[in-house]
Design a protein around this ligand. Sequence first.
Ligand SMILES: Nc1nc2c(c(=O)[nH]1)N[C@H]1C(S)=C(S)[C@@H](COP(=O)(O)O)O[C@H]1N2
Ligand SMILES: [Mo]
Length: 390
Amino acid sequence: MRLPDAVAAIDRRIPRPNDFRSPARGTRTAARVGLLLGTCIGICFLTGVWSHFQYTSPGWLPIGPDPAWLYRVTQGAHVATGTAAIPLLLVKLWSVYPRLFRRPRKRGIRAFTVGGLERASVALLVAAVVFQLVTGSLNVVQWYPWSFSFRATHEAVAYLAIGALLTHIAVKLPLVRIALNRTVDDRLSLASDGPSRRTVVLGAAAASGLAVLLTAGQTVPFLRRASVFGVRDGDGPQDLPVNRTARAAGAIDGATDPDFALELRHGTRTVRLSRAQLAELPQRTHRLPITCVEGWSRNATWTGIAVRDLVALVQAEPESVVRVRSMQTRGAFSASELPADFVADPRTLLALELNGEPLSLDHGYPCRIIAPNRPGVLQTKWVNSLEVPA
Ligand SMILES: Nc1nc2c(c(=O)[nH]1)N[C@H]1C(S)=C(S)[C@@H](COP(=O)(O)O)O[C@H]1N2
Ligand SMILES: [Mo]
């Protein structure tokens, strides 16, 4: 079958895979960069699912307060592997891009549908991974130029991405095994204008490592000085970064009200305590991290009253679920729920002090929740009510 002349004329103008001469592109590069990329995406996916569980505390999975640093490590790994994936994805796309211009080898409906399906699955994979890396990065810098829920959407698309990735690996496995067995050293190749395969593969790995180095200091203390691109460089009042200020949350009026009182409720019992009365209760001091889901974390010294001691004032058991509310008037995360085993842990505090000083307004004055192994968004600031549901 001949193509109509007009179509053939257009077809001649569109390049073919062989028009791309660089020997650095192709399966050997794509397989190696793909292996690194797949590893990053795999870790990113698993730590992301874990983060979702930590956030929602599903009943069938007992996530407790131990070890206190766990979420710090999993969420640090989530953001680091996502960051590492960005340069790897770019190089991977560069290495396979000429294949976009492949024509179906055979004509006929079968070649058309099978080839079309394969392309559609790769398109889905690329779109889903790009979507995850873009939305994740924008969440890190807290810019939300969309109206959908970040968390729910980032989670749903993660399953799309991992499904498409596993399909892609299954389809390509025979090719990948051959490609990995061949050398990436192409110095003997004749058509060697441009970088060699080895240069591209090592360059991709180095760029990815550098991206991590330049950002991971926001969660790995000894990298702090190297990480000039860390979103939270550690600056902030009382030596701790601030995600949402009291002004942004509309919490200033409530927090500075001289008649402030914390309300404790359990069934029909209610106890109200001023900040001065809270300060007279037995205080405990613990060193615990704040782990923001957006990728920064920092240890700090907190002093306050154990939440289990507070609920005892309204005759509730230490193993109680506690609903936490704040005086925030704008934006999300104004409330949270402490599962029973967090309440039972004596390190779960209603903190009054941070690093030896009364909490600053931006860190949650007059009092805030700090618990071991909790996502930052659930460490509620500007607290004015703790309730044990009947
Ligand atoms: N009421 C309230 N508490 C909140 C938030 C909020 O927006 N409102 N942000 C949370 C988030 S996302 C993080 S990471 C921590 C940061 O605490 P810090 O500002 O004291 O470092 O507070 C959490 N507590
Ligand atoms: Mo956060």
